[in-house]
Design a protein around this ligand. Structure first.
Ligand code: AMP
Ligand code: MG
Length: 277
């Protein structure tokens, strides 16, 4: 890294399995452990982007590991922005984004994991879930779309599902982009005032904001119930977009570096092959 040798430690944002989660205790706007200024963030992000691209190239070439990144957060928490800023240098050949919107009729006629499972990564690939099966214990709970008995037993299914993915070789990383209610107001206001952002505004954004506390409670329980060693949750301080991007980038780099990858061996006799014309 450059002269300043700044390093963010994303592990400080990991949720330790077994305890309750109180989102109020997790900062939304800290830049903890990062001595730099916002002005240095673009340069650092560029370096992290380049490193992530290198690692992803190796993941793709080696085709032995796979990574799933689950992105969750309140409306306006920055899921789309994170995808744009963290992944823009990565080769699109090896990365896919799956967006989970309101389920359609066919999806609703199946179990809730049916539409999810087909979007898991294959060897060599990274897949980002922009919302996920967690909506089935969040929005579904807040809006009473199914009885409590039904959503509550899903925590166990989800733990089992993610454990299975991890056991079968998927690196699972779950990110909760944590913003304050005030920051959401600023971002919604911006969507109302900036014509270039009008397209992002939906009526639902105002009505959903009224359920902030219910979503907070739902997230706290969902995260606590499903934070495991193999499929950990990270609560990313996300009021400052630049810091959020740095933390997420560094976290994914750390996860990929831990795989200790290498390029595959070349084919036999590659050094003797001559191109004749
Ligand atoms: P957005 O991410 O802003 O494009 O919005 C997608 C919408 O789809 C959100 O309001 C989600 O709560 C909703 N959604 C996603 N998955 C589900 C689900 N399983 N059940 C109900 N609504 C969902
Ligand atoms: Mg939206």
């Amino acid at each position: 890294m450059a002269e300043t040798e700044q390093r963010i430690d994303p592990d400080q944002y990991r949720v330790h399995p077994g305890g309750p989660v109180f989102l109020k205790k997790w900062s939304t706007n800290t830049t903890d452990g990062f001595e730099g200024e916002k002005s240095q963030a673009p340069e650092l992000l560029a370096r992290l982007n380049a490193r992530l691209a290198d690692l992803q190239q190796m993941l793709y070439a080696q085709a032995q590991h796979k990574m799933l990144i689950v992105l969750q957060g309140m409306d306006t928490s920055g899921k789309d922005g994170t995808i744009k800023h963290v992944f823009h240098t990565v080769n699109p050949l090896g990365v896919k984004v799956a967006n989970f919107k309101r389920p359609n009729e066919v999806e609703l006629a199946h179990d809730y994991l049916w539409r999810i499972h087909e979007h898991t990564p294959r060897n060599g690939r990274m897949v980002i879930w922009n919302r996920s099966h967690y909506e089935d214990v969040l929005v579904v709970r807040v809006h009473d779309l199914v009885p409590e008995k039904v959503w509550r037993r899903r925590f166990e299914h989800i733990r089992g599902f993610e454990q299975m993915l991890a056991d079968e070789g998927t690196v699972v990383v779950k990110l909760f982009l944590h913003i304050s209610k005030d920051e959401q107001k600023r971002r919604l206001q911006e969507r109302l005032e900036n014509p270039a952002k009008h397209w992002k505004f939906e009526h639902g954004d105002v009505s959903e904001r009224a359920h902030w506390d219910a979503y907070t409670e739902a997230y706290e329980e969902a995260i606590a119930e499903t934070a495991t060693d193999k499929a950990p949750w990270y609560i990313i301080p996300s009021d400052r977009k630049w810091y959020r991007n740095l933390v997420v980038s560094q976290l994914l780099i750390d996860k990929l570096e831990a795989l200790d990858m290498d390029y595959p061996d070349p084919i036999d006799g590659i050094d003797k092959i001559k191109l004749t014309d």
